[in-house]
Design a protein around this ligand. Structure first.
Ligand code: 4AD
Ligand code: MG
Length: 477
């Protein structure tokens, strides 16, 4: 007989019969009731052991965390709390788990403790639910693009360019750090390095995605992205996954439409396919919020918030309007913001973004037409000569979740911008070629997968939505 998953055993489709199942013991009560989980669902199946006819030596080895193989009869449950249960005929201990040492005890652990045990934390309800949602969201993202005629392209991890111009890059080198070859001027000679030039891990696949959009039309990348920004916040990782669509002949308005439709589609997907996990996380969040003072509680539950995003238009607001709102806002006037907004041109901090979304508009917001000098070199300059066709999407509880723009398609304007920022043309000759041969309006955006997973699960720290977070001073596992 083949083993079935717990999800199959608990589904309505299965008839009462002899079954087999393998999984890990969550709890073992009264020498009789095993709560068994195998990761296929948030729910456990109850397995009732006939303790009178089971060896004492076996009973002792049924401990939290042990892997077991159970054979028995699927029957209607006599107890409350579950429809069916297994009456165990045979139990084999596949792998013991010493109850004195196993870190994941059946009690509440702090997220900090579980981060230190990240290799075992998906044996808890919260983390298994979060990671199943992460998987579903990833699938929904691929499905959306596939259904809408996009090609999935793989952009390189190792590159010679700094797409975002922020200089937050991890160097890739095989030179001996103790004794690197030097140039006559005494600088490290990267000509001698593996690639014959300085290289780094990618901060974005956008520039390469643009090259493919300008031949294949609609493309997207979805891969790991690396940023050496030393910001130890609950929203930044040094290694995260970014989704970057890029579309030829699409302007900024089209880009906003695409981003909004895309976000609604992937969130709808998990509302439909991850009901039990979302219900669990919704309850978890509600319990957490009960501990907070009334004023800090969010006005909506998790599922309600996801439905709200799917059902409502994202508010589109220009940077200039947003600055006016912020300048006249209470926290700005009463100097409650850490960064007081005084003039047009100020970069927005997450406190400002969250004010706009959570307090002022109370819905997702798309900010567009930012000042050129706070945005990347590749963004399309507006006719006013001082703003660019950038857009950031801001979500409640998260702040910036998407950053994108219409790209500068005019060769001369792009060259001027690069010169102003000291970006050598030789480095991006291929990027400039796109503007020489059949240039056209085109646009795209980047979504940080982890920020989306945070939003969809209600988790408040980005370290808890990626299996093995990489942050400053931390690359364990
Ligand atoms: O706004 P960013 O820097 O935009 C780009 O990289 C563009 N090249 C995207 C494009 O137009 N193709 O990053 C895009 C998104 C952010 O909105 C955020 O969700 C996420 O990537 N992100 C991070 N997520 C986790 N940790 C970090 N350190 C992140 N930096 C950016
Ligand atoms: Mg950004």
């Amino acid at each position: 007989m083949t083993s079935r998953t717990v999800a199959q055993l608990l589904s309505d489709d299965i008839s009462l019969q002899e079954v087999e199942v393998k999984g890990w013991v969550r709890t073992f009560r009264a020498d009789r009731f095993i709560a068994l989980n195998d990761g296929s669902t948030i729910n456990n199946i109850q397995c009732v052991v006939d303790f009178e006819n089971t060896d004492e030596s076996i009973l002792k080895r049924i401990t939290t965390g042990a892997a077991v193989h159970i054979k028995g009869a699927l029957v209607e449950s006599q107890g409350k709390g579950q429809k069916v249960e297994i009456q165990v005929n045979d139990i084999e201990i596949l792998g013991d788990s010493d109850p004195k040492e196993y870190p994941i005890q059946p009690k509440k652990h702090t997220f900090e403790f579980l981060r230190d045990n990240a290799h075992l934390r998906t044996r808890t309800n919260t983390f298994s639910a979060v990671m199943r949602l992460r998987s579903s969201l990833s699938f929904a993202i691929h499905k959306y693009f596939n259904d809408n005629g996009f090609y999935y392209m793989h952009t390189p991890f190792i590159t010679g360019s700094d797409a975002e111009g922020a200089g937050e890059m991890f160097r890739v080198s095989t030179l001996d750090p103790k004794n690197p070859p030097l140039t006559e001027e005494g600088e490290v000679d990267y000509k001698e390095d593996f690639f014959g030039k300085e290289t780094n891990l990618t901060v974005s696949g956008q520039l390469e995605a643009e090259t493919y959009a300008m031949s294949l039309g609609k493309v997207y990348t979805f891969g790991p992205t690396f940023r050496a920004e030393n910001s130890n916040t609950s929203r930044h990782l040094a290694e995260f996954w970014m989704i970057e669509p890029e579309v030829a002949f699409m302007d900024l308005a089209g880009n906003m439409d695409l981003a909004e439709d895309f976000m609604k589609s992937v969130i709808s997907y998990v509302l439909e396919h991850n009901k039990e996990d979302l219900e669990f996380l919704d309850e978890r969040l509600a319990k957490e919020e009960e501990k907070l003072p009334q004023a800090q509680r969010s006005p909506m539950g998790l599922i309600e918030k996801l439905k709200f995003v799917v059902d409502n238009h994202f508010k589109r607001v220009s940077y200039t309007e947003a600055i006016d709102i912020l300048r006249n806002s209470k926290p700005n006037k009463k100097k409650k913001f850490d960064y007081i907004i005084e003039e047009w041109g100020a970069d927005l901090q997450s406190e400002h973004e969250r004010f706009l979304v959570e307090k002022h508009f109370k819905c997702p917001v798309i900010l567009f037409d930012y000042p050129a000098n706070i945005k990347a070199f590749y963004m399309r300059l507006n006719e006013d000569g001082k703003t660019v066709r950038a857009m950031d999407i801001l979500f409640p509880g998260i702040g910036e979740i998407i950053g994108g723009s219409q790209r500068e398609e005019r060769l001369e304007v792009l060259k001027e911008k690069m010169a102003a920022l000291d970006i050598p043309e030789e480095e991006l000759w291929w990027y400039l070629d796109l503007r020489k041969y059949g240039t056209a309006v085109h646009s795209g955006f980047g979504l940080g997968l982890e920020r989306l997973v945070m939003f969809a699960t209600g988790m408040s720290n980005i370290r808890d939505v990626i299996p093995y977070p990489r942050t400053p001073q931390n690359a364990e596992f």
